[in-house]
Structures are given as structure tokens and as C-alpha cells.
Design a protein around this ligand. Structure first.
Ligand SMILES: [Zn+2]
Length: 157
């Protein structure tokens, strides 16, 4: 794998850590490559860390769980998303060697969330229907309020 990929991986890790995130995909920083990094720190264990290129999920547990998710691309928004509890992913490491990762819990969730970014899917797209509806209502409300304010300030001039 070329040096560009390795330095992109380095940049992704640095950007993610600076933003206190636990995962970041290349498209989130404007690079249209199928690549992401994940790093989940734990108090009493080494972090779950992964940099993977051309990832794909080859197996998903039947067991699913709901967890609150957020995203560096949509600051301030969180939503509960149901996903398989554990997965097996395959891809290449930054050196170009094939890797297979077995993950569960938060690590598995983060991998699925980042892989979604490569396909243009955001976690709010996967959130429950009610949640999406609430968000849509809020967006409309804010738009209306903005329009009202604009009208009010135009009238005041
Ligand atoms: Zn995200």
C-alpha cells in the first residue's frame, strides 16, 4: 500500500482523537476512499484500535441490540440505533495485508457505523421511524421560526 494511505490513516487517527471521537471514515474528511479508523479507549484494558481499507462485513450475529449513537459529522445529535451485537469484518490493513476482525459490543457498533459512512449512510437513517419523524418535525419548526424571524426583521427595517 502506498505512503499516501499510511499518512491518510495517521491523519484520520489524529483528527478523530482531537475531536474526541471513537471512529472516523475517510469520506468524513472529504477523501472518497473506502477506509476508516476506530479507536475505543477503555479504563482497564488496551484500546480496541483498527484501521481498515476496503472493509466488508462477512458475518453478523442474529442477536441485535439498541445503543445511543452520535457522529462527528452531525455534532450534538444522538439517536438510538439497533444493530447486530457482534460482527466479523475483513479488509486490508494500512500495509496492504489482509485482516479479519471479530468484534462485539461498542467495537462492533463503531465498525458498522463507520462502514455505513463509506456507503453514504448516516446513523440517523437507521434510527427508528419515530425518531426520524421527531427530527423532521424539529427541522420544520426551526425553519418556520427562522422564516418568522427573517420576516420580523424585514418588517422592522
Ligand atoms: Zn459517523
Amino acid at each position: 500500500m502506498d505512503r499516501k494511505i499510511r499518512s491518510l490513516v495517521q491523519d484520520l487517527f489524529e483528527t478523530m482523537r482531537a475531536a474526541r471521537g471513537i471512529g472516523l471514515a475517510a469520506p468524513q474528511v472529504g477523501v472518497l476512499k473506502r477506509l476508516f479508523v476506530v479507536e475505543i479507549p477503555y479504563q482497564d484494558a488496551p484500546p480496541d484500535r483498527l484501521a481498515i481499507i476496503n472493509p466488508r462485513i462477512v458475518s453478523r450475529s442474529r442477536e441485535r441490540e439498541a445503543m445511543e449513537e452520535g457522529c462527528l459529522s452531525i455534532p450534538g445529535v444522538t439517536a438510538e440505533v439497533v444493530r447486530p451485537r457482534s460482527i466479523v469484518a475483513r479488509g486490508l490493513d494500512p500495509e496492504g495485508a489482509p485482516i479479519e476482525v471479530q468484534a462485539e459490543g461498542l467495537f462492533a457498533r463503531c465498525i458498522q457505523h463507520e462502514l455505513d459512512h463509506l456507503d453514504g449512510i448516516l446513523f440517523i437513517d437507521r434510527a427508528g421511524v419515530e425518531e426520524r419523524e421527531a427530527r423532521e418535525k424539529m427541522r420544520k419548526f426551526l425553519e418556520e421560526r427562522r422564516a418568522e424571524k427573517a420576516a420580523a426583521s424585514a418588517a422592522a427595517e
